[in-house]
Each structure stands twice: as structure tokens, then as C-alpha cells.
Design a binder for this molecule. Structure first.
Ligand SMILES: [Zn+2]
Length: 234
């Protein structure tokens, strides 16, 4: 084999190794889930408790919940393997009950920064029913501030994501990133976020090694030629 053919062979083999490694890494990259099929029926009934509300409840919050329900019915963050549909009902024996409290930290003694939570009752690996508890505001320094509609919409979308079986994403742009929740509740599959970077790093390193290998071979062959020219046959 000539030296050029050798180089081509090295490049092709490296390329195949890269493809193999990438495929393996991508197979391991899966969106973190609490449950794959959280509900055994559709529609999921939802009760929005806008009657028994805390002092700083805003009547516009109910509309945010309805928007959040539509968001998931329209595909949400596209990480669900099913298309959910909801039915808003007037009775509190619904699958999901959505309610507000003045301040979650005071009510359940949760960590600071928690704006909402999903509390499910499970049976046989599926949700039988569950509560989404949302707070209407939070302390920023010493001043208490009420949540605006956009904030309420985002938190409700996030909690509904849990109710649909999704766990926390480590992608800051994803609705399931725990912006308003405790960070130590992060999914152990945090690796899923660093994995793509790891793949890029491995592939990059491999490319450098291949380049150095080829350069070294070229240099060695060149030197052998020069030695032959200068000193004749060895
Ligand atoms: Zn969460």
C-alpha cells in the first residue's frame, strides 16, 4: 500500500469509529422522565380551584392555567410520547387539582425559591390523581412580590409537565428546567446535558490524534527518503 492509501485508510477507520461512538452516545441520551405513561386514560380531568384562594390571588391566574393546559395539548416541549388532552371540570374529585397558596415555604416548609409543586398519588406505577400547588408570590429580599401572569404561566406549564411524567431537564431553555424549584431536585441524568459536549470533545480529540498520526508518518517517510538520498541504501 502506498503512503497516500495508508492515510486514506486511517481517515476512513477513524471516521467509522467516530460514527460508532456518536451513535452509542446518542442512544444513551434520553429525556429524563418520571413515568413514560403516567395516565391510563384520557382526557385527564382538571379542577382549577379559583374559589378557595389566598389573599393575593389574581383572577387572571385561571386563564394562565388554561393556556398551560393548551400548551401541553399542542405538544408542549415535544418530549412526550403521547398527546395529552384535558377536560376542565367543576368537581374536586378530578385527576389533577390545581390550587393556590399565599406562600409555599410557609405552608409546607419548602425550600426558598419553590414556586409550585406536583404532588401525585400513585398506584401500580401510574398516577391515580395529584395536586398542583402554586404560590401567588415570593419574597425578593425583604419585599414580598406577587407573581405576574407570565410567571404563573411558566410555573403551571412546568408543574403540568411533571403531571405528564416529565422530570427535570438540565437545558435552561426547556420548560422542565427547575427555574422556580429547588436545584438539588435535579434529575440524576444530568449527564444527558453534558453528554453532547463529551461527544464533541472525544470526536475532536480523535481528529487531533489522527492528524498527528498522519503528520508523524509523513515526517518519518520523508526522513527515510532523505536518509536514502544522502547515505544511499541502508
Ligand atoms: Zn419541577
Amino acid at each position: 500500500m502506498s503512503e497516500k492509501k495508508h492515510d486514506v485508510a486511517i481517515v476512513i477507520i477513524s471516521f467509522l469509529v467516530i460514527i460508532f461512538v456518536s451513535q452509542f452516545a446518542l442512544a444513551a441520551y434520553e429525556y429524563p422522565k418520571l413515568l413514560d405513561t403516567p395516565w391510563d386514560h384520557f382526557p385527564i380531568t382538571v379542577f382549577i380551584d379559583d374559589v378557595d384562594v389566598p389573599l393575593h390571588y389574581s383572577p387572571t391566574y385561571r386563564v394562565q392555567v388554561e393556556s398551560a393546559l393548551l400548551y401541553w395539548e399542542d405538544g408542549g416541549n415535544s418530549k412526550l410520547d403521547f398527546m395529552p388532552n384535558f377536560e376542565v371540570v367543576d368537581t374536586d374529585d378530578a385527576d389533577i387539582r390545581i390550587m393556590w397558596v399565599e406562600n409555599i415555604e410557609e405552608v409546607i416548609g419548602a425550600q426558598e425559591g419553590v414556586a409550585g409543586f406536583w404532588s401525585p398519588y400513585m398506584i401500580n406505577g401510574k398516577y391515580l390523581r395529584g395536586d398542583i400547588v402554586l404560590e401567588v408570590g415570593n419574597y425578593q429580599g425583604y419585599a414580598w412580590r406577587q407573581y405576574g401572569d407570565l410567571n404563573m404561566l411558566l410555573v403551571t406549564k412546568h408543574e403540568l409537565g411533571h403531571a405528564l411524567g416529565l422530570a427535570h431537564s438540565s437545558d435552561k431553555k426547556d420548560i422542565m428546567y427547575p427555574t422556580y424549584e429547588e436545584r438539588d431536585n435535579m434529575n440524576p441524568l444530568l449527564l444527558s446535558a453534558t453528554l453532547p459536549y463529551l461527544v464533541v470533545f472525544v470526536v475532536g480529540s480523535l481528529a487531533v490524534v489522527v492528524f498527528l498520526l498522519i503528520s508523524w508518518r509523513r515526517y518519518k517517510l520523508k526522513r527515510e527518503h532523505l536518509e536514502m538520498e544522502l547515505f544511499g541504501e541502508k
